[in-house]
Design a protein around this ligand. Structure first.
Ligand code: AMP
Ligand code: ZN
Length: 474
């Protein structure tokens, strides 16, 4: 299994530090507003990585932090006159709802920055003792990048080009502004009520130290994988390395994996451009989380992906096809047929598909290639089933690949097939009315009812065998 390691910029064979166990840290959301779908492209990639490691037999410990204090949060609280707990709690709730909608499996822990102030203070004190940090004339504490010769090893920044002694207090800045950065920010009036009284004085932590403290607390000083989006490479992850390695004297992380940008209509998402899309916007259109998930995974994580309405529709159609295929297999696999068993064709097909699937994903999670192997498998299997020579065991083998291999990692197939009796009465009533309208060829009414059903998460489809329905959400 190979991954592209941003540290060293090459494909590397993956080996975990402890055999059979992977420790992985994922930079979570900054809880200052609703995350956009770009954030979720990165979160889905991280979920996929973890699911794939599990599929390949590793036990994975994943920690994802919640940033609940930083410059943006403080600014928003000031502008909206809110307590930071109130603001961040609201967005944390929204975030967890979105993760569920996208079928992202929960991390082992979601530590919050503000619950780890003593751990951050301890690291900063250690860095001061070692001479890697100092107090600036504004009373804040800064990390001295000139004393860390490896500074720039992740992002490829050349340290000799930097202005010596210059300092930056804001959390986020570009490579051209690389300077000594703030570990601890002394309180000033703009911070309002957001401060902690510590041995470092009254103030608050910088963003970068939060992730060093939380990752090392839960995963140890040296662990396997650290992930994020490409915008995290500099300065956030570069600074995490500098802080952690200067503090411990050890290598911090072995593999750094970063997901590329999601663009909307070929542009960066921004509120002022009017192209800022949230997961809620997608949900309100009646589109399921699985379609968005499949769309994200249809591109390679290291390539930029352009989101358009058409691409979402297309993902939705591909998902329908996969779900229909699985439903067909489900009914055939439990059918008490007297058909002749025929696994002569099916066994090699399953084996060959599984091999291609694993080979694609072992090669730096090549999801587009894995998906094309699966689509080809669906076409070939459908042909076999059309010919009626599959047998029950054959259908079960095909189904097993779809559920135990494909869906273990892609997690887009509707796992539980609900019966109509399990639906709420209002849904059953709408389905019955639509069936009647359809029989009476009252298409306007039938279309209206279809819309109504979609609003409550049920997608109906007319097939030669009658009206079929399924839940939008996986
Ligand atoms: P933030 O809440 O801004 O810290 O971002 C959360 C995660 O989303 C980080 O890993 C970012 O790198 C990632 N991210 C932000 N914008 C995008 C985007 N347009 N496409 C993909 N990932 C993004
Ligand atoms: Zn982080």
């Amino acid at each position: 299994m190979k991954f592209f390691n941003t540290l060293g910029r090459s494909l590397e064979e993956f080996h975990s530090i402890e055999p059979g166990v992977v420790k992985m840290y994922t930079c979570g959301p900054t809880l200052w507003n609703s995350p956009h779908i770009g954030n979720y492209r990165t979160f889905v990639f991280e979920d996929f990585l973890r699911r794939y490691l599990r599929y390949r037999g590793y036990k994975v410990v994943q920690i994802m932090n919640l940033t609940d204090v930083d410059d943006r949060i403080i600014k928003t609280c000031r502008e909206e006159n809110l307590d930071y707990r109130e603001l961040t709690e609201k967005y944390a709730k929204e975030f967890f709802d979105d993760l569920e909608f996208l079928n992202v499996a929960p991390a082992d822990r979601y530590p919050r920055a503000t619950d780890h102030i003593p751990e951050m203070v301890a690291i900063i004190e250690g860095l001061i003792l070692k001479g890697n940090a100092y107090r600036g004339d504004d009373d804040s504490i800064y990390y001295k990048i000139a004393l860390f010769p490896d500074y720039g090893k992740l992002s490829g920044l050349v340290l000799s080009e930097l202005k010596p002694g210059a300092r930056v207090r804001v959390d986020d800045y570009g490579k051209d502004a690389a300077q000594d950065f703030a570990l601890w920010k002394a309180w000033d009036a703009a911070d309002g009520k957001i401060f902690w009284e510590t041995t470092l004085g009254r103030g608050r932590p910088g963003w970068h130290i939060e992730c060093s403290a939380m990752s090392m607390k839960y995963l140890g000083e040296h662990f396997d994988i650290h992930t994020g989006g490409v915008d995290n490479i500099f300065p956030h992850h570069e600074n995490e390395i500098a802080q952690s390695e200067a503090f411990t004297g050890k290598k911090f992380v072995n593999y750094w994996l970063h997901a590329e940008w999601l663009l909307v209509d070929n542009q960066k998402m921004a509120k002022r451009l009017g192209n800022f899309i949230t997961v809620k916007n997608i949900r309100d259109q009646g589109i399921g989380g699985a379609a968005l998930r499949l769309l994200f995974l249809s591109g390679h994580y290291r390539m930029q992906q352009n989101f358009t309405e058409e691409s979402l529709q297309q993902a939705s159609h591909s998902l329908d096809r996969l779900n229909e295929f699985v439903s067909r297999l489900r009914s055939l696999s439990s059918e008490n047929s007297l058909r002749q068993e025929n696994t002569r064709e099916i066994e090699p097909l399953v084996k060959q598909t599984r091999d291609s699937f694993v080979a694609a994903l072992d090669n730096d999670l090549d999801t587009p290639r894995a998906l094309s192997a699966v689509y080809e498998f669906v076409t070939k299997s459908n042909k076999i089933m059309d010919s009626g020579i599959h047998g029950e065991r054959g259908a079960n083998l095909l189904l097993e690949f779809m559920l135990k291999d494909f869906n273990e990692v892609f997690a887009v197939i509707q796992v539980k097939q609900q019966t109509e009796n399990e639906l709420p009465p209002v849904a059953r009533d709408l389905l019955r009315k639509r069936e009647e309208a359809r029989r009476a060829k009252n298409w306007t009414e039938a279309d209206l009812l279809r819309e109504e059903l979609l609003k409550i998460g049920i997608r109906v489809q007319d097939t030669p065998q009658g009206q079929k329905w399924r839940l939008e959400k996986t």
